[in-house]
Ligand binder design. Structure first.
Ligand code: GDP
Ligand code: MG
Length: 287
């Protein structure tokens, strides 16, 4: 059975390094249909039944940039068997923002917690078990650059694809946002959708790409609009920003539980160094 693995993540998360480590030199390079965004696909060198599709680097699945639209269309329309989400562990807060969105697509997600060599060198600690519990998906620590952890990662990727288990989102937003999402999910326009939560959240955000083609039934559109406006009034914010804030709340909670950062200490010798450097730099002013 062929398995399609979508390699997705932020720019600079190490996607290309991972893609090269997985596929070696055998790769097909072209463009995504209709746009001049490079598309790469190749087979995993240890198992030719596993195809890796390299998606454009993105920070979000919102519909604003060409890269976001290409990645999002691929994930929604082509339905890969599993998403291999590259996360730069040394920049974990920012990287997990995209992860929270990908976990809502109804596709198994395996996180490659990359750049662990950098995290370890800094002396920071990430409790992977706790992070797995907060997010509700498989996580494997790797270093794409040093080619560490890659076999263990790919074992999990293949397992997740074969199990076909539809992932359950492990985190929830605040009560009134959840209640609005729930009400939207239960309208006849959304209730028959395959991926109700994703669709309801996108409608809540008034996502223009989804609204372009989505067909509302009866007066669902008006009713849903009043559900959204009520939450916007109580949060004093627009619905898209409300969801962004909620995602960061989820990430903050996960990080507080799973990540231990070394406090940056400024030693006396660093201070003296800096004073000396400043004096030396300042010298020409006095001569
Ligand atoms: P992309 O933009 O996601 O394709 O990221 P790249 O694969 O181009 O990687 C961005 C930079 O991070 C490059 O300089 C890589 O050499 C470096 N990099 C990738 N993976 C690792 C890693 O595990 N550890 C370290 N230290 N650097 C890495
Ligand atoms: Mg790249």
């Amino acid at each position: 059975m062929q398995i399609n693995v979508a390699l997705a993540g932020n720019p600079n998360s190490g996607k290309t390094t991972m893609y090269n480590a997985l596929t070696g030199s055998a790769q097909y390079v072209g463009n995504w249909p209709g746009v001049t965004v490079e598309k790469k696909e190749g087979n995993y060198k240890k198992d030719k039944n596993v195809k890796i599709i390299d998606l454009p680097g993105i920070y979000s699945l919102s519909p604003y940039t060409l890269e976001e639209v290409v990645s999002r269309n691929y994930l929604l329309n082509e339905k890969p068997d599993v998403i291999l989400n590259m996360v730069d562990a040394s920049n974990i807060e920012r990287n997990l923002y995209l992860t929270t969105q990908m976990l809502e697509l109804g596709i198994p997600v395996v996180i490659a917690l990359n750049m662990m060599d950098v995290v370890r060198k800094r002396g920071d600690k990430i409790d992977v078990e706790k992070l797995k519990k907060e997010l509700g998906c498989e996580i494997v620590e790797v270093s794409a650059l040093r080619q560490e952890g890659i076999t263990a990662l790919m074992d999990k990727v293949v397992d997740s694809a074969r199990s076909k288990k539809n992932p359950e989102v492990a985190f929830r937003f605040c009560e009134d946002v959840e209640s609005a999402i729930d009400k939207i999910s239960k309208t006849s326009s959304v209730s028959s959708e395959k991926n109700k939560r994703w669709t309801a959240i996108k409608i809540f955000e008034r996502d223009e790409k989804l609204l372009e083609t989505f067909e509302f039934k009866g007066n669902d559109r008006t009713e849903i609009e009043s559900i959204i406006e009520e939450v916007e009034k109580s949060h004093d914010d627009d619905s898209e920003s409300i969801i962004t804030n909620e995602r960061y709340e989820v990430i903050t909670k996960a990080i507080n539980s799973a990540v231990e950062k070394v406090k940056v200490k400024v030693s006396m010798s660093d201070k003296i160094d800096s004073i000396v450097t400043n004096r030396v730099l300042a010298l020409p002013i006095f001569v």
